[in-house]
Design a protein around this ligand. Sequence first.
Ligand SMILES: [Zn+2]
Length: 170
Amino acid sequence: MMLVLLMGLWSTTGVAQVDPNLQKYVGEFITDSQGKVTEHDFNGFKVIFESTGWGYGKKNPLGECSWDKNEVHIDPNYWNQASEVSRWTTMYHELGHCICMRDHVEEDWFLKKLHLWGVRTARKETVLLYDGCAKSIMFPEDFGDWCVNVHKEYYVHELFEDCKVRHETH
Ligand SMILES: [Zn+2]
């Protein structure tokens, strides 16, 4: 109800439509990009709460970037129980997709197969840091608050170093 009301207040074209509870992260994202990303890059984008079907024991994502709709969705059920660090990571991950055009940094099919076969020690330097933390917040799985606390500065640098802002085509 709250969300519907707020959306009603938003203008429909040209401007960003960011849920008030998510604005803080969008602002930080712009600041952390050190000029690479501006408010303009959010024009026509929605950053909103919408269910992805997330729930305990399910594989649904915490959030998602919908390319064709120019929308970032954050699952409200996930959000309500998430730590501050996890929220930050999820927002930066999804904005990494939608705003910076970043793909996942993940293991290749062969390593995934090995893991499937139980060879869990097979890891790749391109994906993981020396301490087992992901090498990028574009890693597709939740890798825990500890890693973000230790490597936050590095993750921000890594994210924006490879950020190719999509120029407005609409
Ligand atoms: Zn992703």
